[in-house]
Design a protein around this ligand. Structure first.
Ligand code: ATP
Length: 445
């Protein structure tokens, strides 16, 4: 598998070199499976989150937005089942003291048995039998660090939505069916993290919980399954690298009646990056019982009372950004030279265009600066006057910038500029005054 490792290695190295993703606290040797987004990465992730928000909240009448706090009452996690059930089976090596998930594919044999072999130190028979380990991060609230002060960093954003469901329903005057969308951080003390930003301990989720009348849940489940796939295709992700995986009864989470993962074919195999779950009335019933507060819905048309069923779409912003980066990454030969290009959909590309004066004289810098200042009012654009034009193009190819605008001698005469398209390498002359419209048309969608 050396080729596989190489593609990911090259992407990780590009991500660092060009300022997409850095290791957290790198100057101290890094913090395990925690990553920081650099100048280009933060734009990419922000664009993905905004596009999601627009499609969920702004473009629909039946979904409201929410931003709940990360810290919640500890009873939330008791009621949701996370305290008892959000666990992974782990094994320890008594020899080298490393800890693994018991299903770690690198382990040979059955942990706890004499034949099992530690994947790190290679000792045989030193792996303990699996024990359950809770994935929630704990901390203390207030000055006293005792059991009564324990709070958790949320392992999913969904619970913030459930406990606010009545608040949102009443304040927004929505009627069922309706949804609540939220983007925010979640934390999981993952034991075998890895594959760059695929599995991290701190990450962002984009979750939408859709509250429906029991009996209509399967219909809505199908609806949201299709909608989410359409949205991902609209991001320009290659369809042959996307597929659904339906959970088997063994895979279903404690709260779910039905669930589909959306998987992407990464260089390290098919892996989930989004899930659509029919969570039934599990969470709301549990919160009603534990809090003693009524979370029923009174249907104004039929005067029926019921606890709504919930269809959830749960995506990782970081994993989606990783999918987008992997999918966009291309190495190709152009005129006998190798070029690395990130073919981002223009709507989510971190930089929309770069402005290049061909040379730094003869009025070209002045005109370039004017064009740049005009464009930057609308779009995130970049000004680059350093090095040969070929090198400047390459730099923007690596950043995934869809358009390169070159101002040359002719520009100062007739007011036209050259626009180079990243993917086709086609160059067209466009009137500088028409540039804003030219870009707006191509950046839409
Ligand atoms: P996995 O099986 O990979 O641990 P999961 O089934 O526990 O994921 P969910 O609880 O359904 O995942 O979370 C929804 C989404 O949140 C995932 O599809 C993924 O995009 C994201 N996510 C979950 N855990 C992580 C993580 N440790 N790092 C980055 N993203 C994550």
């Amino acid at each position: 598998m050396p080729e596989v490792a190489n593609v990911m290695d090259r992407l990780v190295s590009l991500a660092k070199r060009r300022g997409f993703v850095f290791q957290s606290s790198e100057i101290y040797g890094g913090l395990g499976s925690v990553w920081d987004y650099g100048p280009l990465g933060v734009e990419l992730k922000k664009n993905i989150k905004e596009r999601w928000w627009r499609s969920m909240v702004h473009e629909r009448d039946d979904i409201e937005g929410l931003d709940a706090a990360i810290l919640m009452h500890p009873k939330v996690w008791e009621a949701s089942g996370h305290l008892a059930g959000f666990t992974d089976p782990l094994v320890d090596c008594r020899q080298c003291k490393n800890r693994f998930r018991s299903d770690d594919p690198r382990i040979k044999g059955s942990p706890g048995q004499p034949d099992a072999q530690c994947p790190v130190c290679g000792s045989k028979g030193t792996l303990t039998a699996p024990r359950m380990f809770n994935l929630m991060f704990k901390t203390f609230m207030g000055p006293v660090e005792d059991a009564a002060a324990v709070v958790y960093l949320r392992p999913e954003t969904a619970q913030g939505i459930y406990v606010n469901y009545v608040n949102v329903l009443q304040s927004s005057r929505q009627k069922i069916p309706f949804g609540i969308a939220q983007v925010g951080k979640a934390f999981r003390n993952e034991i075998t993290p890895g594959n760059f930003t695929f599995r991290t301990r701190e990450f962002e989720q984009m979750e939408m919980q859709f509250f429906v009348k029991p009996g209509t849940d399967q219909e809505w489940f199908e609806f949201w399954r299709e909608e989410r796939m359409k949205w991902l295709l609209g991001l320009g992700i290659r369809s042959e690298r996307l597929r659904f995986h339906r959970h088997t009864p063994e895979e279903l989470a404690h709260y779910a009646k039905d669930a589909y993962d959306i998987q992407y074919e990464f260089p390290f195999g098919w892996q989930e990056f989004e899930g659509i779950h029919n969570r039934t009335n599990f969470d709301l019933s549990r919160h009603q019982e534990a809090s003693g507060k009524k979370l029923e819905y009174l249907d104004p048309a039929t005067t029926e009372r019921f606890i709504p069923y919930v269809v959830e779409t749960s995506a990782g912003a970081d994993r989606t950004a990783l999918v987008v980066m992997v999918d966009a990454y291309h190495e190709e030969e152009v005129g006998g030279e190798k070029r690395v290009v990130l073919r981002f959909h223009p709507a989510i590309a971190p930089l929309k265009a770069a402005v290049f004066p061909l040379v730094n004289k003869d009025g070209m810098p002045e005109l370039s600066r004017r064009i740049f200042d005009d464009l930057r009012k609308r779009h995130n654009v970049f000004y680059d006057d350093g090095g040969s034009i070929g090198r400047r193009y390459r730099r923007q190819d690596e950043a995934g910038t869809p358009f390169g605008i070159t101002i040359d001698g002719q520009s100062t005469q007739d007011g036209t500029v050259t626009v180079r398209e990243r993917d086709t390498l086609r160059q067209v002359r466009v009137a500088a005054d028409g540039l804003a419209g030219y870009l707006a048309e191509r950046l839409r969608g």
